[in-house]
Design a protein around this ligand. Structure first.
Ligand SMILES: [Zn+2]
Length: 448
C-alpha cells in the first residue's frame, strides 16, 4: 500500500559530518530499474546536505542539494522504464544550491539517503522510487491429502547475490560477482523449471540491488520451500581460491575465514538503505526468538542439501574446505526456510575468474546445485507436494484427475504445472478461448 505524500519532507539523518565547505558537484547520474522500484544514484564530488519532498499536480519530486553544482548533463540519463517522465535542474539561492526536479509518470513513494565512498564509487546520494505493487496472493489454503490440488510444486528461491550499485567482488578484467552469479542463478532456474515437481523463483532477475533482509522476505512471500544464495568470493591475495558451501552457524562464524566472509557479506546491508533501519532492528529480535523455535529442523535440512551440493561440486571444482562451512550470513537467517549459500569460487583468482565467466562452467555449477536440491527433496519431499505424492506411488501418467482452482491460478499455469498442453486442458473442460476460471472451480486434468 502506498500513502499519498503531500509535501512530506524527508530529512537526511547522519553522514553529514564530512560536508565540504567548498561545496559539492554532481558529476554523474545512474539509474537502476528493479521490478518494484527505481534507484537513482547521484555521484558527488563530496558529501552534500539534501532535502527531498513531493509536489502534486503534476506529481513531482523535488531534491534540493545545499552548496552543490551540477556539472553533468541530465538529458543523457536513460529514464526508459523508470517512473520518471522528465528530470530537470535549476539553481537556487543565487546559484549556491542545486534543485533537481523529477516529473513523474506514475505515483511512487520516494526514499533518499547518502552513501559513503567505497572501492568503486565516491560520495553518492541515492533516491529510491517505490512503485505501488499489488499485494502477493495469500498463502494457498491447506488441502486434504487426497485432493489433487494438494500436489503442489516445491518452490525454490534462487538468490543471485549483490546487484545494481553493489557489484560484489571484482576480478581481473573488471569481471563482477553480481554478473557471474546472476548467470549461474538463471541456469539453475532453467534446470529447476524443466524438472517436474519444482518451481524456481529468482529473488532478482536483473541488475539492481536488493537488501539482504528483503531477499529473505521475498523467499517468504514466495512461500519458498528452500532458499539458495549464489555468490563468488573475493580476496586481496589473488592466490586465494576454492568454492565453498555454507549453512547458518548458531554462533556466527565458525572459523577465521567464516568470520571474515560473514563480515563481508553482511556489510552489503549498508547499501540497502537507511530509512528502515529501526524496523529492521525490531525484526532482528523477533527473528531471533523465531530462530530458536524452529531453526533445528530447517538447519538439518539445510545441512543435508549443502552436503549433497558440496559433494557434487567437489567432483569438478577445487573446494575451499573438505566439508560444508558455517557462518552467520543474514540471508541464511530465515528460521523456517532451509537456506544455504554457495560461494562458487574466487573471482579474484585468475583461473577461477576465467571459469566463472564462461557459460559452460556456470551451467556446470548450476547443475551441481540442482542435483543436490533434487536429491534432497526426492528423498524428503515436503507434504502435499507432487514429489511426495509420487513417492507414495502416484500414477498420474495414465489416470486423469481433477484440480480445484485457487487464488492466483491461471489456466496456463495449471496446464504447465500438470504437464499438459493448454489446448488439451481447455478441451477436457470445454473452455473457450476466453478462459474464465473461478476460485473453487474443479477442472479435469487430462492424462499428459
Ligand atoms: Zn557475494
Amino acid at each position: 500500500m502506498i500513502q499519498r505524500l503531500s509535501l512530506v519532507v524527508l530529512l537526511l539523518s547522519g553522514g553529514l559530518s564530512a560536508v565540504s565547505a567548498l561545496g559539492a558537484e554532481v558529476h554523474n547520474v545512474r539509474v537502476w530499474i528493479a521490478p518494484d522500484h527505481a534507484r537513482l544514484v547521484f555521484d558527488l564530488s563530496a558529501a552534500a546536505q539534501h532535502k527531498l519532498f513531493t509536489l502534486k499536480k503534476p506529481d513531482r519530486i523535488v531534491l534540493d542539494l545545499a552548496n552543490t553544482k551540477l556539472v553533468s548533463d541530465l538529458q543523457g540519463v536513460d529514464l526508459a522504464s523508470s517512473p520518471i517522465a522528465l528530470m530537470r535542474s535549476g539553481s537556487r539561492n543565487g546559484g549556491k544550491d542545486l534543485r533537481i526536479v523529477l516529473e513523474l509518470k506514475e505515483h511512487v513513494k520516494p526514499k533518499s539517503f547518502a552513501l559513503k565512498p567505497n572501492d568503486q564509487y565516491g560520495d553518492r546520494l541515492v533516491v529510491d522510487l517505490y512503485r505501488d505493487m499489488a499485494e502477493a496472493p495469500p498463502k494457498t489454503a491447506v488441502a486434504s491429502v487426497n485432493d489433487p490440488s494438494a500436489r503442489r510444486d516445491i518452490i525454490i528461491a534462487v538468490d543471485a547475490g549483490h546487484g545494481g550499485e553493489d557489484p560484489g567482488a571484482i576480478g581481473p578484467g573488471r569481471v563482477k560477482e553480481k554478473t557471474v552469479v546472476l548467470g549461474i542463478a538463471r541456469e539453475l532456474k532453467a534446470l529447476l523449471a524443466k524438472e517436474r515437481g519444482f518451481q524456481p523463483k529468482l529473488t532478482r532477475d536483473g541488475d539492481y540491488y536488493i537488501s539482504l533482509r528483503s531477499r529473505t522476505q521475498r523467499a517468504r512471500k514466495m512461500n519458498a520451500d528452500m532458499f539458495v544464495s549464489i555468490h563468488a568470493d573475493g580476496f586481496r591475495d589473488h592466490r586465494a581460491r576454492g568454492a565453498s558451501v555454507w549453512v547458518l552457524s548458531p554462533r556466527g562464524a565458525s572459523s577465521e575465514m567464516g568470520r571474515w566472509l560473514a563480515q563481508k557479506e553482511n556489510s552489503a546491508d549498508l547499501i540497502g538503505g537507511v530509512g528502515s533501519v529501526s524496523l529492521e532492528d525490531k525484526d532482528d529480535v523477533l527473528a531471533k526468538v523465531l530462530l530458536d523455535m524452529s531453526m533445528t529442523a530447517s538447519r538439518s535440512d539445510s545441512r543435508d542439501i549443502a552436503n549433497s551440493i558440496h559433494r557434487n561440486m567437489s567432483k569438478f571444482a577445487k573446494m575451499h574446505k573438505k566439508q560444508v562451512e558455517q557462518a552467520g550470513f543474514v540471508v541464511l537467517k530465515s528460521p523456517d526456510i532451509p537456506s544455504i549459500l554457495v560461494e562458487t569460487g574466487f573471482i579474484t583468482n585468475h583461473d577461477e575468474a576465467a571459469k566463472l565467466k564462461s557459460k559452460a562452467y556456470q551451467r556446470k555449477m548450476a547443475q551441481a546445485i540442482f542435483s543436490g536440491i533434487k536429491a534432497h527433496f526426492t528423498a524428503k519431499p515436503p507434504a502435499q507436494t507432487w514429489l511426495a505424492w509420487q513417492k507414495e506411488g502416484g500414477t498420474q501418467k495414465t489416470t486423469p484427475f481433477s484440480y480445484k482452482v485457487v487464488r492466483g491460478d491461471t489456466l496456463s499455469v495449471i496446464a504447465s504445472r500438470n504437464g499438459v498442453s493448454l489446448a488439451a486442458l481447455r478441451k477436457a473442460n470445454g473452455l473457450r478461448s476466453a478462459d474464465h476460471i473461478m476460485i473453487g472451480q474443479v477442472l479435469k486434468i487430462p492424462a499428459s
